[in-house]
Write a protein that binds this ligand. Structure first.
Ligand SMILES: [Zn+2]
Length: 240
């Protein structure tokens, strides 16, 4: 049967759903009314033929389930920054959390919809993720959020200052280039003590930003140590 209900999109705006033309469902209802409703205050609805479609999915997530989902989202840490329902269903850490909570034994991985059918609606799940992100990162997860971290780190204990620089540079003919440098003072000291520097660039943890790590080899420790993480965004492909 066609029906229309209220639906909140991922932008948080409540809109009435569209009434769709009747789909090809053979179910018919016959409703029998009593001739004398005083003597017999009942009606008898009779449904004939099976439905050709599944039941409509519940559109609300119970508070208890939402709480469980929020806990799993918090455990994601930095991955919450660009989490989407699709990515969550592919994230091994998130899936491991779901398996534990649902006491899931099947070889098939559980999905958000197995936590609650309402979460099969990606708009709805996306909105919960967005609200959780807003609570954890009130200054956003973009450059403004990083600037806030920089301010916090520069006011805290100097040895724990990790975000060391957030800068914007205008490069002639190339456009603007933003850089974020993350490096604890202990890492700076290691950098000063090394002669051979190698730079790894395969990281793509932040959408539209390029990330690289400086990881020199220290013969005295017989291992490479990450001494700096830098993130840059540039309008030009040539600036790396
Ligand atoms: Zn039907």
């Amino acid at each position: 049967m066609p029906y229309s209900n209220w639906h909140r999109g991922s932008d948080g705006i409540l809109k009435r759903g569209e009434i769709l033309p009747a789909i090809d469902c053979p179910t018919r209802y016959e409703i029998y009314y009593p001739n004398d409703s005083e003597a017999c205050p009942y009606i008898a609805p009779v449904s004939r033929n099976p439905h050709s479609h599944p039941n409509p999915k519940p559109s609300k997530t119970p508070a208890l389930v939402r709480g469980i989902l929020e806990e799993l989202l918090v455990i994601l840490g930095w991955k919450l920054v660009d989490a989407t329902p699709q990515r969550l269903n592919l994230d091994s850490g998130f899936i491991a959390g779901l398996r534990r909570i649902l006491e899931w034994n099947s070889a098939r991985n559980p999905t958000l919809a197995d936590l609650h059918p309402s979460l099969a609606n990606y708009d709805h799940a996306r909105r919960i993720i967005m609200e959780c992100r807003k609570t954890l990162y009130p200054h956003g997860t973009g450059l403004e959020g990083v600037k806030q971290l920089y301010t916090e780190h520069s006011q805290g204990p100097p040895e724990l200052a990790y975000v060391r620089a957030v800068e914007s540079h205008e490069i002639p003919r190339e456009g603007s280039c933003k850089t974020v440098l993350c490096m604890l003072p202990a890492m700076s000291r290691l950098l000063m003590a090394t002669w051979r520097i190698s730079i790894n660039t395969p990281f793509k943890r932040v959408h539209k930003w390029q990330e690289f790590e400086i990881k020199p080899w220290f013969p005295s420790y017989n291992r490479s140590i990450v001494i700096s993480q830098a993130i840059i965004a540039s309008q030009s492909e040539e600036v790396t």
